[in-house]
Design a protein around this ligand. Structure first.
Ligand SMILES: [Zn+2]
Length: 250
């Protein structure tokens, strides 16, 4: 029985003090220990394994939970009635995602689906080419600082159109139209570092660059990376197989 569940039992009994209420609503409180990075990676790998093998559990997806609640078939979700109720109660007032995923906006790479996760599990930032700007960095910092998330995954993918466009635009010494050029500029260091490589090489270099930029980002991320509290890893999604390969796991 988890501490969260115990807290909710106490809440149900109506004997929770104000101090405890404040704690329960505070995602960084010790009552809600954040998942360590290694365990978060394992959970993502397990989910991706379910996805690639066609054995998805579709956990924590509200329509499923509602349907099964109506028929009292919680066992089909691998959840008891109490667990399903606990999950909804948790999400009503707070969120406790166990990983941040910075992924490409590509419609074929939705993190919740490829990692077989549900509501409240992942804090997701999506932008073409999985690059960062101030707003996306601020979003990541919020999840680390306020939600106590301890793992950041930078997820690149096979045949990424944004990286391909950046390679072609830079090779042609051209400029992309409108604001698309801002993506080209962000991906440019990876393109220049892999001028003789293929598209996959550039995608992987871009993931490495972004992951490293996050690791060295001050004032919020770097100290937590240095202390081991926070981990930033790269990953590559194969459109062909659905498999995610993690890199920089050390
Ligand atoms: Zn892409």
């Amino acid at each position: 029985m988890t501490k969260t569940y115990l807290t909710l039992l106490v809440l149900t009994a109506g004997v929770l003090s104000c101090k405890q209420l404040a704690c329960a609503a505070d995602p960084t409180h010790a009552d809600q220990p954040a998942l360590p990075p290694a365990e978060a990676i394992s959970r993502l790998k397990e989910g991706n394994g379910r996805y690639t093998s066609g054995n998805q559990q579709h956990p924590h997806e509200s329509s499923e939970e509602r349907t099964y609640m109506a028929t009292a078939s919680y066992e089909n979700l691998g959840m008891t009635a109490a667990e399903a109720a606990t999950r909804r109660a948790e999400l009503k007032t707070s969120q406790h995602p166990f990983a941040i995923v910075l992924s490409c906006s590509d419609s074929r790479v939705p993190p919740e689906i490829v990692f077989d996760q549900g509501l409240g599990d992942l804090f997701v930032i999506r932008v073409a080419g999985n690059v960062i700007d101030d707003q996306s960095l601020g979003s990541i910092e919020y999840a680390v600082d306020h939600l106590a998330v301890r793992l950041i995954v930078v997820l690149g993918h096979q045949r990424c159109g944004a990286v391909k466009a950046a390679r072609e635009t830079i090779a042609a010494k051209s400029e992309a139209p409108g604001h698309i050029q801002s993506l080209v500029t962000a991906i440019q260091p990876a393109v220049e570092a892999t001028a003789k490589g293929d598209l996959k090489t550039t995608v992987e270099a871009n993931v490495r660059n972004v992951a490293q930029a996050l690791r060295s980002s001050t004032p919020i991320l770097k100290p937590k990376v240095d202390s081991g509290e926070l981990k930033v890893v790269g990953a590559y999604y194969s459109l062909d197989t659905g498999a995610v390969a993690f890199t920089d796991e050390k």
